[in-house]
Design a protein around this ligand. Sequence first.
Ligand code: GTR
Length: 400
Amino acid sequence: MKNFAPRWLVILPLLVLYSISARPWIHSQTGESGSGMPGLDKLPTVKELPDPFLMNNGKRVRDKADWAKRREEIQAMVLYYEYGHLAPAPANLAATEISSKEIEQLNATERQLLLTMGPADNLRFHLILTIPAGTGPFPVVVKGDLCWGRVAPAMVAAAVKRGYVVAEFDRTELAPDSADRTRGVFPSYQEVDWTVLGAWAWGFHRTVDYLMTQSFVDPRRIAITGHSRGGKAALLAGALDERIALTAPNGSGFGGAGSYRVLGEKCEDMAAITNRFPYWFQPRLREFVGHVDQLPFDQHSLKALVAPRAQLSTEGLGDLWANPIGTQVTYVAARQVYEFLGAGSRIGIHFREGEHSQNEQDWRALLDFADLQFFGKKVDTRFDRLAFPDAPKAFTWTAP
Ligand code: GTR
């Protein structure tokens, strides 16, 4: 007994060190300690869209190796200030088929699956696949908005006709769209500071885990999409997971593809979104109400994390709340990163007339963009047309 104290003096610090280094994705909700991230009082005001090439050490990115480091820095900031962290991939993902039926008029099979995973196999969500006839491997479009209903039959048919699998899941099975943290992923990973948007993004990642194991799936051609809050989740998912070949948020606006700093008329802003939907974000984001120009990034930075993989923003010009002009601005700025990486044609934007929805025009644009990016097909749709050619330039930096 008498010799225990000195031994603990050695073991305790080792345990503490281990728990910090082995779980880098875990931060406490409120504490700044250990994160290395400055609080609001230490963050400088940057009126323009922050330079994505400016590294934390004050030097600018010079080559691709520097960009790889800078990408990690941006990712760390975005998770810390904006979306919270995500749990690591579980090793025990399993799929059970619930039903399978032929859809004759589509020449496709519809399969309903239950995916289970997590610490006690107690996390589960459903996946509905519409798979073209044949052996594939097929490209896939994943959408997580089943909570709002199925993708319209004509849109599923259009995708299947072009040889795409449509995979649909209900993101609210991963986290309810509310402040309720007693359901979904939260009880199983209480040490993770994740948010509803993070949990939804995690649902995309787990869907990709499953798809990658299926022989009918082309693992190098997986696209993800979502509308509005579902688009915010899709953009976050695509930013964090390099297996996702094409990321296509639709009308995702504030907290998605829309800028925080550049706001068009009648659009959502930091106060509005963090008041109504605080649980979508890390609570720290709220501190930036009235101080958005102290955010060390803007949403072009999130888009830049997707580079050089393909990404498309689809926008309704009448969807003012979702800030179409602010989405154009992030496209123009993120394009600098794509061009720096020699992938300028991999980022696109598409505007249409009309309001807040992911309609057939948006879907056609997505499929055209996927055909172009995945197969080099010639398509008529343009993905570099600015709806607001006279919009003021939102940044003065250029790619190195
Ligand atoms: C709105 C919200 C937007 C957008 C939209 C939606 O009420 O303010 O950020 O996400 O909901 O998801 O349809």
